[in-house]
Ligand binder design. Structure first.
Ligand code: NAD
Length: 508
């Protein structure tokens, strides 16, 4: 593929030694009692970039115990919102101060470009600041209309100990969509990052200590889904699980949580369409589609892996997307010019390729890409920008999460057809519509089964706006005031004013 834009040069040095990632339990960083560790090999450079303590039952039990004690003794939950918010603001400042350190290891473990990692790690400070503002402004309701002798007050209280389990594709960003909100609410936490990308979560422990977070309020256990994640999901001392990851693991977590009926909030996969009407700003739409497919090499829950384009403009529009695809800078994540980096693992690259080959075998046309991408001097974990057209709704590439730089193109004739195709999925995370006609946009937005709908844009997000999925894309919401409320219990306080209560027992 000579006509693709491949960046081979490297601008930043690889670190001389791997980062040593440790657990953070009851205020202290530690290795596992049995000394077990696991190495992370960089997807792009093929060298060991971190060595992380590998936790087991003992570390997980200790972390849950510490979080339970810290919650129950009120060292955090009974602080004022101002006191909690002040610490969260300090963490935000420290995140910005440490942006470069965080971004470098995030890039090395995940394969994402350094410029993107800087944006995600440094940008996460804004989530911490927004959560800090909620710590101070959170309030319940009062009911002054229940009669002269009654006053009702609805209190919001922290739900308790929260298990936070995160994936590898946006390790620091997703952590920051959950942890500061749970802490702002007054909860205590046990956090488990993905075993593939543990280091920025482990580094955060240093910042929490420096900011003065009391011991035991946030605990971090590094390790695999089993046993660490499973124990965090079923333990009776945990009150809630906040999970981001695959739909398959989300279902397992729900089952594990069932015995104790703990609250489960899930942010899962997506098969997100962008729908293009003929009257749209086609230049803007083609650019947003290109961004939507290739951002994070398509390893993104919000990836716009389905393009549903009106028949009349399909030929022209797909040609625009292909032309733009050739200009996107794929290559060395340690070069700030690079926009798209490596696939997380060799197995995952094979899985992506399998979807493309299966679609081809079923009659779809691979219009661009469809093979591994060679980046001189780097590993073989890169994949070409890939556009597959002639896709039908029954093909796996149109229904399942490919999680790669691959777009499936489908066509429609009417608004009803576009909506039917949009909703023909088990997932319901996000959807987009492109039209200059506000009526078309609003009709689509109201009928699309998706937690987020973008009109004439893609993937813009704000800490103020709730995020989450319908159908098998999840349950509950994250960020915004709705996301914050997930970490709160509601208690009704009913008060009689004066000695006005009529006796229930009749006097003889
Ligand atoms: P994954 O489900 O394989 O793993 C996620 C986390 O769960 C990891 O920390 C893993 O160790 C842990 N885990 C694995 N098995 C477990 C078990 N039985 N019990 C408890 N924890 C367990 O997901 P992934 O491959 O890391 O991430 C990719 C997936 O995440 C994709 O499906 C993507 O769409 C989804 N995702 C969703 C969002 C969203 O906000 N909706 C955001 C990012 C990623």
């Amino acid at each position: 593929m000579k006509d693709l834009h491949v960046v081979a040069d490297q601008a930043l040095e690889l670190p001389a030694t791997p980062y040593q990632a440790r657990h953070f339990i009851d205020g202290a960083q530690s290795y596992s009692a049995d000394g077990r560790t696991s190495d992370r090999v960089s997807p792009s450079h093929g060298v060991v970039v971190s060595r992380a303590a590998l936790g087991g039952t003992a570390e997980t039990e200790a972390a849950i115990r510490a979080a339970r004690t810290a919650f129950d003794d009120g060292r955090w939950s009974r602080l004022s919102g101002k006191e909690r918010g002040t610490i969260l603001m300090k963490v935000a400042d420290l995140i910005e101060k440490n942006e470069e350190r965080l971004a470098l290891i995030e890039t090395l473990e995940s394969g994402k470009p350094i410029s993107q990692a800087r944006g995600e790690c440094g940008g996460a400070a804004d989530l911490w600041r927004f959560a800090a503002s909620l710590a101070r402004t959170s309030h319940g309701d009062s009911h002054n209309t229940l009669g002269a002798d009654m006053l009702g007050v609805v209190l919001k209280e922290p739900i308790g100990v929260v298990s936070i389990i995160t994936p590898w594709n946006f390790p620091f960003w997703i952590l920051s969509q959950k942890l500061p909100f749970a802490l702002a609410a007054g909860c205590t936490c046990v956090v488990k990052p993905s075993e593939l990308t543990p280091s920025t979560t482990a580094m955060l422990a240093e910042l929490l200590i420096e900011a003065g977070l009391p011991a035991g309020v946030c605990n971090i256990v590094l390790g695999h889904g089993d046993p660490v994640g499973t124990l965090m999901s079923r333990h009776e001392d945990v009150d809630m699980i906040s999970f981001t990851g695959s739909t398959a693991v989300g279902k397992r977590i729900t089952k594990a949580a069932g015995d104790t009926l703990k609250k489960v909030a899930l942010e899962l996969g997506g098969k997100n369409p962008q729908v293009i009407f003929p009257d749209a700003d086609l230049e803007g739409a083609a650019d947003a589609v290109t961004f939507g497919i290739y951002f994070n090499v398509g390893q993104c829950c919000n990836s716009s892996s389905r393009i549903i384009v009106h028949e009349d403009i399909a030929e022209d529009f797909v040609a625009r997307v292909v032309a733009l695809s050739k200009k996107v800078a794929f290559g060395n994540p340690l070069n700030p010019e690079t926009q798209v980096g490596a696939i997380v693992s060799a197995e995952h690259r094979e899985k992506i390729d399998g979807y493309v080959k299966a679609a081809q075998a079923e009659g779809a046309e691979v219009y661009l890409g469809g093979d591994a991408l060679t980046v001189p001097g780097l590993s073989d974990q890169f994949y070409q920008p890939t556009v597959v057209r002639g896709v039908t709704p029954d093909m796996a590439i149109a229904r399942e999460e490919v999680f790669g730089p691959v777009v499936a193109v489908l066509t429609f004739r009417t608004l009803d057809e576009a909506i039917a195709l949009t909703n023909d999925a088990h997932y319901g995370l996000s959807a987009g519509v492109w039209s200059e006609n506000v009526h078309t946009c609003l009709a689509f937005a109201r009928r699309a089964q998706a937690g987020t709908v973008w009109t004439n844009t893609w993937m813009d997000g704000f800490p103020e706006l709730a995020f989450g999925g319908m159908k098998q894309s999840g349950q509950g919401r994250e960020i915004g005031s709705y996301g914050f409320d997930e970490f709160l219990e509601v208690k009704s306080l009913v008060m009689r004013v004066g000695r006005t209560r009529a006796p229930w027992v009749k006097s003889a």
